[in-house]
Design a protein around this ligand. Structure first.
Ligand SMILES: Cc1cc2nc3c(=O)[nH]c(=O)nc-3n(C[C@H](O)[C@H](O)[C@H](O)COP(=O)(O)OP(=O)(O)OC[C@H]3O[C@@H](n4cnc5c(N)ncnc54)[C@H](O)[C@@H]3O)c2cc1C
Length: 533
């Protein structure tokens, strides 16, 4: 346990004294009785994240000690704060609102049928599929048609199950570090200095695209007058004492490279921006915003469908895509159609649909819960996270949650939150905000797509007409809109706008076939500069 955690915990301990021994025992027994497979899996992941740098026995003894302290001390301390009724909905908070595109087009046109042929098929209607549809409706000539096919309803995947932050992507050092680590496997023949230089280039290209993505989102919401509750109030990320040097280094690098969205703020500033108590400086993404993520998807699709060259078919499952040479055959449970181009906008579901993507896109679970009330001091609209939780206030509701571990390809999209993790997160929130009263109404999970280098893939899978945008590592709002624009421009053969996803960096071959991938040269200066936020 770090020094800051000990300090904060000692404050909580005082509050814990108020909890009787009987309550603690009852909570621990009920927790033990309710633990299921999903909780044990979550626990395994947590042990790895928290104690992964210890050897086997060290890791597990620490983990068992930690679990007991959670069950007998920490979690009982939130029994008065977190009220869990007998019935909690598994529908994400965002999807409680009316979906204007529910069961589309069948609810308006019961005899509608998929066309036999189209120019482009997009599979999936979340952030990515909706972005592709929107850019198509703005850029494609009227005779070129796009069909969007969605398994559930629009935003029923991760896009309707997330925390509600519009991120500026990952900060420079975070991207650089994850790429550098992976280059040891992906580009083993390079020297360490070359790998380092290349990872810096990757970070630069990623951030440039992400900054433009954020600007494009804001412009679009303003110009289209979208009602998706967009507020730009930043994202504060608490860091413990062990991470202070890494924070200083990351901010220094942000300054040097001109990606100055990422800054360090003092505990006083953290309190002022978020209402959260921390003991050390925190990282802050100044340009991050919050929104209603499902409304963003619905707004994009509604605007696209107003043009006749985009069609949407919900509650339709794509079963497979076959390359027929001249075009692709897309088989669905409602029949098949032919298309010249296909785009997988299926993020964590991609390997379930396309077996070639197994171990390329890694589905990982994340979960959240929400309810009325919550910490009174928590400021609205700002993104908040600390070492082990994220949270945000939206109107009279507070949402809180946490990351998780890898699930199998077939489990992509599963909705199986762990109650143990929910309670753990609730206790972490109390550490930083003090006592609160929150009546939990919704608790859910979703899956996000990671890659080995935590760098997205945006480009063609077969160097022809089959494209993918995925592997956004839990930051889909930071990639999908600009990524969708660039893929649409490529399909349409338009070169009048900048393409921020050069194949040498983003093509799927980087991970699917690294030996034959055309890598950028280490040391090459790519860049002009970046847009300010
Ligand atoms: C708890 C949680 C918190 C998160 N917080 C944030 C955050 O604050 N900010 C952020 O940027 N990101 C966040 N993320 C990640 C973010 O939600 C994703 O990166 C983003 O939604 C990905 O969008 P997408 O459209 O690519 O994928 P999805 O939204 O998952 O959409 C894929 C769609 O494809 C459909 N589909 C799959 N298979 C088929 C098939 N065979 N046929 C037809 N359709 C199919 C699915 O039904 C789904 O609707 C979070 C995720 C979770 C789970």
């Amino acid at each position: 346990m770090s020094v800051s955690e000990k300090n904060i915990t000692s404050k909580v301990d005082k509050q814990n004294l108020k909890v009787s021994l009987r309550t603690r025992l009852l909570v621990a027994i009920s927790l033990l009785g309710s633990l299921g497979r999903k909780d044990f899996r979550a626990a395994g992941v947590y042990a790895e994240m928290r104690f992964g740098n210890y050897a086997f026995w060290g890791k597990w003894t620490r983990f068992v000690r930690w679990t007991f302290s959670q069950m007998f001390v920490v979690i009982p301390s939130v029994t008065l704060d977190l009220i869990i009724p007998r019935k909690v909905s598994k529908t994400p908070m965002w999807l409680m609102d009316r979906n204007p595109l529910e069961n589309f087009p069948w609810n308006q046109e019961s005899n509608a049928a998929l066309p036999k042929e189209t120019d482009t098929v997009v599979i999936g209607a979340g952030f990515t599929g909706a972005a592709l549809a929107y850019h198509w409706s703005r850029r494609a000539p009227s005779e070129r048609n796009m069909v969007v096919i969605e398994l559930g309803d629009p935003a029923s995947g991760s896009s309707g199950r997330n925390e509600g932050l519009v991120v500026m992507g990952r900060y420079f050092k975070m991207v650089q570090d994850s790429v550098f680590k992976a280059l040891i496997t992906l580009q083993p023949d390079l020297t360490s200095a070359q790998q380092f230089s290349l990872s810096k280039q990757f970070a630069h290209v990623y951030c440039r695209a992400a900054y433009r993505n954020a600007s494009l989102i804001e412009e679009t919401i303003r110009e289209e007058d979208f009602n998706c509750d967009y507020v730009r109030a930043g994202w504060v990320q608490g860091q413990d004492d062990l991470n202070q040097k890494a924070l200083t280094d990351s901010v220094k690098l942000a300054k040097e490279t001109g990606f100055t969205d990422w800054v360090s703020i003092t505990p006083e500033e953290v309190l002022e921006r978020t209402g959260m108590h921390v003991e050390h400086n925190a990282g802050c993404s100044l340009g991050a915003a919050s929104w209603h993520p499902a409304k963003w998807v619905w707004c994009l699709l509604t605007a696209s469908l107003a043009k006749k060259n985009v069609r949407l078919f919900t509650r339709t499952e794509v079963l497979g895509v076959k390359n027929l040479g001249k075009n692709y055959q897309i088989s669905t449970n409602r029949g098949s159609l032919l298309a010249k181009h296909v785009v997988y906008a299926t993020e964590s579901y991609s390997p379930r649909l396309c077996k070639q993507l197994h171990n390329v896109i890694l589905p990982m679970q994340q979960q959240a819960a929400s309810g009325d009330g919550g910490p009174k001091t928590m400021k609205p609209h700002v993104g908040i996270s600390a070492s082990w939780f994220f949270a945000g206030r939206y109107g009279h509701k507070v949402l809180f949650g946490s990351g998780g571990g890898r699930v199998s390809d077939n489990e992509a999209g599963r909705n199986e939150p762990s109650r143990f993790i929910t309670k753990f997160v609730a206790a972490e929130m109390k550490k930083h905000f003090g006592s609160y009263h929150l009546e939990m109404r919704n608790e859910w999970s979703g899956t996000v797509g990671y890659t080995l280098d935590e760098y997205p893939i945006v480009g063609s899978i077969d160097n022809k007409g089959l494209f993918i945008i995925a592997g956004m590592a839990g930051s889909g709002s930071g990639v999908s809109f600009n990524g969708g624009r660039c893929i649409v421009n490529r399909i349409l053969g338009k070169t009048d706008e900048p393409d921020d996803y050069p194949p040498s960096y983003f093509a799927p071959s980087r991970l699917m076939n690294p030996t034959h991938h055309k890598w950028p040269k280490p040391g090459k200066q790519e860049f002009g500069h970046t847009e300010n936020v």
